[in-house]
Design a binder for this molecule. Sequence first.
Ligand SMILES: [Zn+2]
Length: 242
Amino acid sequence: MNSLTRYERHLILPGVGDEGQQKINSARVLIVGMGGLGSPVALYLAAAGVGTMGLSDFDLVEESNLQRQVIHSMQSIGKPKVESARERINALNPHINVAVHNVKLDSENAVGIIKSYDIIADCSDNFETRYILNEACVLLEKPCIHGSIFEFRGQVSVFCTEEGPCYRCLYPEPPPGRVFGTLGTLPGIIGSIMANETLKLILKAPNLAGRLLLFNAWETNFKELRVEKDENCPICGKNIVT
Ligand SMILES: [Zn+2]
């Protein structure tokens, strides 16, 4: 591979260039969840040349996933999602070092899995995993890119930065979860924004920390809310009662 050719459009881009591409090539990103959000995050980060990518999921690919989980294909059905995703990433960019974590992320193993990565992309689909990841990211001081979708709506932010809020500052209590429908393109849009934020964290560019970006796929509009750090947050607040 000639990396000058592969990454040419980055190398000539102000704000990235040779130095930025080297940062991307040496970055270590963990993607938690290889579903609708994890698919575009993994594909775009692999294409951009993120040098080490960890993939965490414990599900097998099912036919009903293919409506939106674009990293997988008909040949992937029945395979572990992390293996299917690894094959696709290797086919796209064989110079990426891919590590697979084919386990359910829980409070026992989260710190061990996360600690060797610089940035975490939370592409999970449930509050339990988001809370566990958030707590581990605060503990280890790892920035966490959050994305989630519900029916026609999606949201993105960056949590657990040095100054910014964490996920529990936004959601002190988990809302009730249930299985829901979603338009197949929505995770592609939200996941692409997550990949965008990941690259900018690597490049130390301005990002969504302290801002929650909301997208409505039915009305096709974006809104933005400020998210403040909560001094009384049970995870990252200064007034933690132990
Ligand atoms: Zn917090």
